[in-house]
Design a binder for this molecule. Structure first.
Ligand SMILES: Cc1ncc(COP(=O)(O)O)c(C=O)c1O
Length: 400
């Protein structure tokens, strides 16, 4: 008799109970089931730009494959790609980054995973933003560390408070994770906040992981990187990638900029795990970082995201019981739905099942997400209007 998937002789490691699943992937799967039953679903759950990868980047990758870039390459990336990434990030840092500081990995999530592997011991504490990208907590706990939430609040424009950060640091703290601009709030760092955070971190000589994957998607003010703050050159690990700025999520290409001693160790992890990223994608990265056509594609996408942000924020705020803070960057909104009388999970489930609108409950991003839902506006303006109309109708017809 075939054994069911629940009956097996495998004894899983304790850490497997901490890995969790990804809420957006779960909701997307449920949404696909509803679509397969013949319903039209509006997708606000997916954190992936809905634009094609710019053609010039695709052309370079195809040519690279045809020209033979199909074998293994150096574990941290080709010298050309590391040089191009260093040059690309240098203006953000305000100093010349050395190519030896750059490591390419298959998706920027791995910059965090490998950094945690390199810098933490089980039992260590890692400070993470709350609300924050759920992968932070998942990976921290997967490696046996304790995730310590640093609260971000709308009334404070989602600024991490340096004094609050200082109060959370103990002798077990081995890393602080920040995300600018942030998923799920769209909050970005004010310069004074960045200076305050850098002062605390430099004083404690505490490394900081700055996830800047969305830093090209800023709507008004320019991105402020921790890397340019005094004392951060030897402590900041900046992670970035191709997924968002150039709409290349499926290419699985991320990179980190970090002190060379850490880059060398992460290079070692890469060689023993992935060997290297796909070689032809590194040629595409050089094109993304350095060509004017790629810059124009980013500008066009950001312009479109800005228009959609204005529409979604205005329409959500017009719904009774919903308050939506305008994001400074990225492509998410995180409205407060407390005054509707609905709890976030209940509402997300009901919206999907009854109104066929996929949103995510805020609690998937941490305790501070209580009373919130997350919507990604990586969908057309027409879909945004349709989806928000459905949410409004649902709330009018289902008053609490
Ligand atoms: C804040 C944040 N960091 C990292 C990632 C993952 O990026 P990558 O595709 O480079 O692994 C995401 C994806 O949604 C994200 O929102």
């Amino acid at each position: 008799m075939m054994s069911s998937s629940l009956q097996h002789p495998l004894k899983f490691a304790e850490r497997m109970s901490h890995i969790g699943s990804v809420g957006s992937f779960d909701f997307a799967a449920r949404a696909r089931t509803i679509e397969a039953a013949g319903h039209d679903v509006v997708h606000f759950e997916i954190g992936e730009p809905d634009f094609p990868t710019p053609e010039n980047i695709v052309d370079v990758a195809v040519k690279a494959m045809r020209d033979g870039a199909t074998s293994y390459t150096a574990s941290a990336g080709t010298a050309e790609a590391r040089r191009a990434a260093a040059k690309y990030v240098s203006p953000r840092a305000g100093f010349d980054i050395e190519p030896e500081s750059v490591v390419f990995v298959p998706g920027s999530k791995n910059v965090l995973y490998f950094t945690l592997l390199a810098l933490t011991e089980p039992g260590d504490e890692v400070i993470i933003p709350d609300p924050g990208y759920p992968t932070y907590r998942a990976l921290v706990e997967f490696l046996g560390c304790r995730a310590v939430p640093l609260a971000l609040r709308a009334e404070n424009d989602y600024q991490p408070d340096p004094a609050e950060l200082a109060s959370l640091i103990t002798d077990k703290t081995s890393l602080v994770v920040l995300n600018v601009p942030a998923n799920p709030t769209g909050g970005a760092l004010h310069r004074e906040t960045a200076e305050g955070l850098a002062t605390v971190l430099a004083e404690r000589q505490l490394p900081v992981y700055a996830d800047e994957i969305n830093c090209r998607i800023m709507f008004e003010s320019p991105h402020v990187s921790l890397l340019e703050m005094p004392g951060m050159r030897d402590l900041a690990i900046v992670s970035d990638g191709l997924s968002k700025a150039w709409s290349m999520c499926g290419w699985r290409l991320g990179f980190g900029v970090m002190p060379p001693a850490l880059a060398e160790r992460i290079g070692k992890i890469m060689v023993q795990t992935s060997a290297c990223t796909a070689t032809f994608t590194l040629a595409a990265a050089v094109e993304a970082f350095s060509s004017p056509a790629s810059d124009r594609a980013v500008e066009t996408m950001v312009g479109e995201f800005r228009r959609r942000r204005d529409v979604i924020v205005q329409r959500l705020n017009a719904i009774e019981g919903i308050t939506c803070h305008a994001p400074a960057g990225a492509f998410y909104v995180f409205p407060d739905i407390t005054a509707t009388g609905w709890r976030e999970k209940e509402l997300a489930n009901a919206l999907l099942d009854q109104a066929h609108v996929a949103v995510l409950p805020g609690t998937g991003f941490g305790e501070q997400g209580t009373g919130h839902i997350r919507l990604s506006f990586a969908t057309s303006e027409a879909k945004i209007v349709e989806g928000v109309d459905r949410i409004e109708r649902f709330l009018v017809e289902n008053k609490r």
